[in-house]
Design a protein around this ligand. Structure first.
Ligand code: ADP
Length: 499
């Protein structure tokens, strides 16, 4: 007998429609990976207590119909109009549907999701309005379609209001009575500050007896953390870190009270989209069998940026949002500290003007060997992964991180701070047979510089370096692996709810 597990998956962004950061990668990949699982053998079904042979996951993705999506040529059809309750009267919503290789993707439009606004603005009250409306509209859509999910999986503060709404209301309504909720946590410090008044206006009052600190009782993410049936951090290590003062954003004590409801599942990588064997954005495709071909890409990258074309010169790179989180400020100083050694640098990123300036300054000081490329350029990022020797990821915190996984898949060795998912996915060089990169503990330029020196020593021994590259390329970061962990979680929640 085949049973269907219905999952409504909510996100502010999802590749290929709209990607701003890692959440776009995750929401663009996990639902499809879940759909492709058809042969898990759970002992009971979500709907009844009987053994089954097979389960299929009917996951449906819902994203806001952001303005940028409207300019893209995806076949999209309008499927429903309905209303969302607001203190000033009902707000009109429209739903559109696209089919992405069998995955239904719904897009919600309405006056509160302005066509001319960017995905995230710097004005919290605008985003609060947009995403609270979106969260509630997504729930209303499922009701309009008469499609009851077993699981509502929301992500980050943007869609946490859906979880809080169900917490407050599911006992009152038949439709969501047996629905369980999962909150994906990709970035704890973004709490949704400024969205509080909006929540109240949409019927979501502060949770005064929640155990949350008073300052957090009206904020979307804390309310989601309080009310979700389960919280999934973006890596097992991040799930532990958020319980500490350093990473807990003031919520660590509260999160400890929810310990049994928190777990960590790594984000996977779309291994088809990221594959040096088939990547047409790079000059020469390569794999484990012809790793030496990779050198063509390194020489091409050096040529592209007017750097000395020499395979023996170690080329360090960064591909990053220019944000304090990413420790971008540590890199220029680290390069200065090892100025006496041979190195080349390409820093690709955009964001905080101060950090962009720091990267430009490095280029000005070392114009013969450093380049700052201040833009978001997916094609170039691929050439960097395929051509650079090592990728610097000195993050202050990193819930999961994708760049280290992409780098390893492309034979580019990560040099990263031992935090969050970086620690879960990179094995530090320790002469053992398992190492795939270099890790350091403290987010300081001194520790980064020391670790770059360690990397230079290994780079000087091509045999040893190649072994690390190969081990990195052989890691299994595929979504198939992690999607199964999600399915196991969904099934345990669905079964508990039904009992
Ligand atoms: P975050 O989501 O915190 O920004 P991740 O490591 O999870 O960090 O994901 C970053 C994604 O964005 C990766 O796919 C990376 O290649 C891409 N990226 C970051 N900066 C740039 C850039 N300047 N140009 C192209 N791609 C970038």
């Amino acid at each position: 007998m085949k049973q269907s597990l219905r999952v409504l998956y909510l996100a502010a962004e999802a590749d290929p429609f709209i990607k701003v950061g890692g959440l776009g990668d995750v929401a663009g990949s996990l639902p499809a990976a879940l759909r492709s699982i058809t042969t898990l053998h759970p002992s009971t079904t979500p709907d009844e207590k009987a053994p089954i042979d097979e389960i299929e996951v009917d996951v449906r993705l819902v994203i806001p119909f952001h303005g940028v999506i409207q300019n893209q040529p995806f076949p999209i059809k309008r499927i429903a109009t309905f209303q969302v309750n607001h203190v000033n009267g009902p707000v009109q919503a429209e739903a559109f549907l696209a089919d992405v290789n069998g995955l239904p993707v719904y897009m919600i439009a309405g006056a509160l999701i302005p066509i001319n606004a960017s995905v995230y603005t710097t004005e919290p009250s605008i985003d609060g309005l947009k995403f609270t409306f979106f969260s509630l509209a997504a729930l209303e859509l499922a009701r309009t379609l008469n499609w009851t999910p077993h699981i509502v999986h929301a992500n980050d503060w943007h869609t946490a209001p859906a979880i809080y709404h169900l917490f407050l209301n599911r006992q009152k309504t038949g439709f969501y009575y047996n629905t369980s909720t999962v909150l994906g946590l990709h970035n704890l410090p973004y709490l949704g500050v400024g969205a509080g008044p909006t929540l109240s206006a949409f019927g979501l009052p502060p949770a005064t007896s929640s155990g949350l600190p008073e300052w957090a009782q009206h904020l979307p993410l804390p309310l989601g953390l309080y009310s979700a049936d389960h919280i999934v951090a973006a890596s097992p290590n991040y799930a532990r870190e958020i319980l500490t003062p350093e990473f807990g954003s003031g919520l660590h004590d509260f999160l400890r009270t929810r310990l049994t409801k928190i777990s960590g599942i790594l984000n996977g990588l779309d291994t088809q989209r990221w594959d040096p064997l088939t990547d047409t954005a790079i000059q020469a495709q390569y794999g484990l069998a012809d790793l030496e071909t990779r050198q063509t890409n390194k020489l091409g990258l050096q040529r592209e940026f007017g750097l000395k074309e020499d395979p023996n010169l170690p080329l360090f790179a960064m591909v990053t949002r220019m944000d304090n989180q990413k420790g971008v400020d540590l890199a220029p100083d680290a390069f200065r500290q090892i100025a006496g050694k041979p190195w080349q640098a390409i820093i690709l990123g955009s964001g905080d003007p101060l950090l962009e300036g720091a990267a430009r300054q490095l280029e000005a000081e070392y114009s013969d060997r450093a380049r700052a490329v201040i833009r978001f350029d997916p094609g170039l990022s691929r050439r960097v992964y395929a051509g650079a020797d090592a990728l610097l990821i000195p993050s202050r915190y990193e819930p999961c991180g994708l760049t280290q996984m992409i780098a390893m898949r492309y034979g580019c060795v990560p040099i990263a701070r031992a935090t969050g998912g970086l620690r879960d996915t990179i094995q530090d060089f320790d002469q053992s047979t398992e190492s795939t990169g270099f890790l350091f503990k403290k987010p300081t330029s001194g520790d980064l510089a020391k670790t770059m020196l360690r990397a230079l020593q290994v780079f000087a021994d091509p045999g040893q370096w190649q072994k690390m590259q190969r081990r990195g390329m052989q890691q299994d970061f595929s979504w198939q692996r992690f999607a199964r962990q999600y399915l196991t979680l969904y099934l345990s929640l669905a079964n508990n709810q039904g009992s």
